[in-house]
Design a protein around this ligand. Structure first.
Ligand code: SF4
Ligand code: SF4
Length: 196
């Protein structure tokens, strides 16, 4: 018995067993760049911009924790046939993302209400000069070609909001959801019936 009460040499045998097991296991090392890695399609490689969807709402720039989205725009008047006055719309002049600051949190992609930002799994855009990691709107637009198509809808999942709306419109006004029921005493009780 060893001084700790175990069988002498047990630790050595255990260690050798681990070594042997590791040596005979198939290596998971990937020989990048000779072999391209198989990344999940939704990997966060680079952010792509679909410029025509961007309304310059500035939500992404405001929510970015690293303040690495730079947007500039101007207003343009658009004549609308039949309208008394021309409408105004924002025109995007600049949309840059500095990938030397970006921490790939994905907040900008999530908060964009107009589906103008997407993740692409493309990650091979290292640069010798850090300044070149600032991608302008043309560069961000080029990444759109590498964005994978959206995953197929789960047949067991809930229908999308658009599908529900389209089905309700197709069914006509009789299929509209019933208005929220009002408690009988709420009409006479301005305080909503709360106990005083
Ligand atoms: S992924 Fe995060 S850090 Fe990068 S630009 Fe978007 S919000 Fe900013
Ligand atoms: S949140 Fe979307 S629509 Fe708004 S400025 Fe950013 S990319 Fe454009």
């Amino acid at each position: 018995m060893s001084e700790h009460g175990g069988v002498p040499g047990a630790g050595l045998v255990k260690g050798l067993a681990v070594t042997l097991k590791t040596m005979t296991r198939r290596s998971t090392t990937q020989q990048y760049p000779d072999v391209a890695p198989e990344l999940p399609p939704r990997s966060r490689g680079v952010i792509a911009l679909l410029e025509e969807n961007c309304t310059v709402c500035m939500l992404c720039a405001r929510e970015c924790p690293d303040w690495c989205i730079y947007i500039d725009s101007h207003k343009e008047e658009v004549a609308v046939p039949g309208a008394a006055r021309p409408r105004q719309r924002n025109v995007l002049d600049k949309f840059d993302i500095d990938f030397s600051l970006c921490m790939y949190c994905g907040i900008c992609v999530e908060v964009c209400p107009f589906d103008a930002l997407y993740w692409s799994p493309e990650f091979e855009y290292a640069e010798y000069d850090i300044k070149d990691l600032l991608h302008d709107k043309d560069h961000l637009g080029e990444w759109m070609a590498t964005v994978p198509p959206p995953p197929a809808h789960d047949p067991l999942g809930d229908p999308s909001k658009e599908e529900t709306t389209a089905a309700r419109k197709a069914a006509g006004p009789s299929a509209r959801p019933a208005p929220a029921r009002v408690r009988p005493d709420a009409a006479t009780d301005p305080g909503g019936g709360a106990a005083s």
